[in-house]
Structures are given as structure tokens and as C-alpha cells.
Design a protein around this ligand. Sequence first.
Ligand code: GLV
Ligand code: GLV
Length: 355
Amino acid sequence: GRYRVISTKSMPGTRWIRLLTDQDCRVEICTQNKTILSVEDIVSLIGEKCDGVIGQLTEDWGEALFSALRKAGGRAFSNMAVGYNNVDVNAATKYGVAVGNTPGVLTETTAELAASLSVAAARRIVEADQFMRAGLYDGWLPHLFVGNLLKGQTVGVIGAGRIGSTYARMMIEGFKMNLVYYDLYQATRLEKFVTAYGQFLKSNGEQPVTWKRAATVEDVLREADVISLHPVLDKTTYHLINKERLAIMKKEAILVNASRGPVIDEAALVEHLKVNPMFRVGLDVFEDEPYMKPGLADQKNAIVVPHIASASKWTREGMATLASLNVLGAIKGYPIWSDPNRVEPFLDENSPAPA
Ligand code: GLV
Ligand code: GLV
């Protein structure tokens, strides 16, 4: 291979490796037995000559790495993730490195996980499972693990991009929930879907579903029974959910986060969970991954899973393939209009940034 391409992690499937090797690339997969690579680890991987890197959201792609990559002759980096808050795109641009991400292939998989967390929280699935395994079940009772009926309740979505809209459709069609959403952009297709589905239900003699685009994040928090967060993480969405905003949510609301941990002030959330036992959360992401804030793991009203929202075989292989295509495109100098996943500084058209 004429080009040296590094992947900082082993990735699912073999198609991505074939794609790169077929196009004159020699692929090197990092063999370090360590979950999170440091900047120094990656600088030494890049070495003297490296044309492109496929990296992970756990890595800090800033000045240090992009200058090292440039020095090694590299011009391409792709995150194997749709989110790229771990990447300093301006630094990459400064060093002439193109940056890619992997949208699209993880939309459904991520939305399905957010939906799973919503239902699991509503029906207290994890608590009930732990109760069974602890040998505590000694007979049916009218009060045992009573949860929330989703039908007819309101689902709130903050950030109605690809993932947020897909999640909303799942909850509306699956559970006949009404929608309230907040986004800087109007989610026209989602609104049309809810209207059409509402008409279908009505023609069937059932209660129709409704939608509403909220003017503020607060409106969503006040009105919704289940709220799922799908914004991009940036300065405007850091601690979007804080103590004050938790306080305006319904006492029995469910909050789901499969976006990025710092969107929630996790310490404030732990306090809120402690004093509101009927308030429940489903979390896939955490403020200081891989750690949880003290007290969170003790809360029965919290479901916690280790950042697995995009973890289906099809999606992970798709992400690896897309990341490889991003790197390949930049190495081969394809014109940027044929490179849909190139990230431009300040120009991601899918960034719903709540004010
Ligand atoms: C995963 O968190 C991603 O952004 O793809
Ligand atoms: C990410 O894929 C989003 O726009 O929701």
C-alpha cells in the first residue's frame, strides 16, 4: 500500500479494511491493550508517515494531534461517531486535515436505544429484574412495580434532527403519544407524520395524536411526560438540563439521554433523583465517562448503560465503513461535494443548538 492509514481501535467487520486495502492503503490497527488512548499514545502511532487516521470519540483530537498528523504528511481524519465534540475542527483546518463523521447509519439504532430506555424507565424493567434475581418475588400484588402508561402521554424531544425525529416517530407510532419538540429548525417532515398519523387514528375511531413546536426548552420540560435529549454538544447545550430546569419538570417525568453526557448537569440530576423518587432517568452517556457522579449508581430510579446507543452490528460496521470512506476520499482528493460527511468548521447543517 502506498498510503498508511491508522485505526486507533479495532472496528467491527472486515469490509472497511478491504475498502482501504483495495485502494492502495496499508491499514494498521492499534494493538495497545488500553481502552482510552492518550494524546502521546496516538502521536507515537502516527509516527513519521501517516496519511489518514480513523479515531474514536474517547480521544482528544486537538492541536497536538493534528499538527503531528500534518507533520507525518496526513490530510485525513474521521471520527467513528456522528458526534465530534472531541474534535477541534478549526485546528484540523489550520493544519490542512479534512475531518469526517458518520451520520445516517446510526440514526435508527440510536433512536431504538433511546426508545428502549424510555420504555424500560416507564415500566421499571431494570428494578423489577433486580427484584426477581434477588429472590424477592413472593407473589402477585396490585402495587408491585406500577409504572406509567405511555399511551396518550406527551413525548418531548429536544433536538429534532435525524435521531431526535426518528425517536419521536417510534414513540408516537408505537405508543400513540403526543409530541412537543424544541429545535432551532422546524421539523417539517416530523410534523407531517404526526398530522397524518393523527388523521389515521381518528378515521379509526381512536383518539388522534397531536404535535406542537415549543418556543423554548422550558415549554417542553413543563409539558412532556417523557423527554429525550438529542442536541449536538457545544457551548450552547452544555448543562442544558440543570437544577432550575429539572425543577420545572413533572414530578413523575422520565428523562432520557443518549446524546452526550455534559448536556446534563449530572450532580444536579443525582440530587433531583434523590428527592423525587417517581422521577426516572435512562442514561446512555455521562458527564465524565467512564465515571458516574457519586450517588447515581445508588438510585433505583436511574437506568444506566455504557454508551451503547449505536451498538448494533449493522450500524457499527456501517460506521467503520463510512469512516474509512471519509479518510479515503480525503486522501484521494475527491472534490468535497462528493464527500457528504466532511465536517466544516461552524457549518454543520444538523446542529440544533437550543438558545
Ligand atoms: C456516538 O456516541 C456517536 O456520536 O456516534
Ligand atoms: C444526528 O445524526 C442528528 O442530527 O440527530
